[in-house]
Every structure is written in structure tokens, then in C-alpha cells.
Design a protein around this ligand. Structure first.
Ligand SMILES: [Zn+2]
Length: 113
């Protein structure tokens, strides 16, 4: 389950951040999830909860913010946004898209006390 290793990596960052800010507890974490990151929400939430156990972030809330992937349509010559690898251009319905990113998983905000 690759969500578990992603969560463990995130926990390193979270603990580092908490330590730097002399926080006793992390109460909420906001995550930006790329629409093409292949992360399954249930697995992510479960993995996060497990990774948080016995850390400064134990029991914290997790907010997910899904982000569409930027793509370039060679037919329209415009930038568009898509939510799947096989998506068609929302402007012209064509498939001449060059998808750029959209597979990110990153912490955007943290609430500490
Ligand atoms: Zn197009």
C-alpha cells in the first residue's frame, strides 16, 4: 500500500515542523492531492491515522484538497485542467493533451498548539 509510505514520509515533515515551532500538538493538517496521484482517499486517511499514532499529530484532523492536473491542448493551444490521465480536452473534446504534473501530494498548511 503506497499510501502508508507516503504518510510515513509526511509524518517526518510534520514532526520536523512541530519541533521547529515548539508545538506541543499538531491539531490539523491540510493536504493537497493531485487528481492524478493515484492516491485512494480511504487508504490515505487510514494510513495517516496509523502514522499519527504516538506522535505529536495523534488524533489530528486531515483535510484533503483535490487539485486538477494542468494540461496543454495542442489543438486549442490553451492550458486546461483535467482530472484523469485519459481525459479529453474540456474545450474541444480532443485528446491531444500534454499533461503536466497533477500527481503531487503535499502538505499546504498545519495547525499547531
Ligand atoms: Zn482542446
Amino acid at each position: 500500500m503506497h499510501e502508508m509510505s507516503l504518510c510515513l514520509n509526511m509524518m517526518d515533515l510534520i514532526e520536523e515542523h512541530a519541533h521547529k515551532h515548539h508545538a506541543r500538538r499538531v491539531t490539523a493538517v491540510w493536504l493537497e492531492v493531485g487528481a492524478l496521484s493515484c492516491v485512494e482517499e480511504h487508504a490515505l486517511r487510514f494510513g495517516f491515522e496509523v502514522a499519527c499514532r504516538s506522535t505529536v499529530a495523534e488524533g489530528c484532523r486531515l483535510w484533503l484538497d483535490y487539485k486538477l492536473a494542468p494540461a496543454w491542448c495542442w489543438d486549442c493551444c490553451v492550458s486546461v485542467e483535467v482530472d484523469r490521465h485519459d481525459a479529453a480536452c474540456p474545450q474541444c473534446g480532443g485528446h491531444a493533451l500534454k499533461i503536466d504534473g497533477g500527481d503531487s501530494l503535499r502538505i499546504t498548511q498545519m495547525e499547531v498548539e
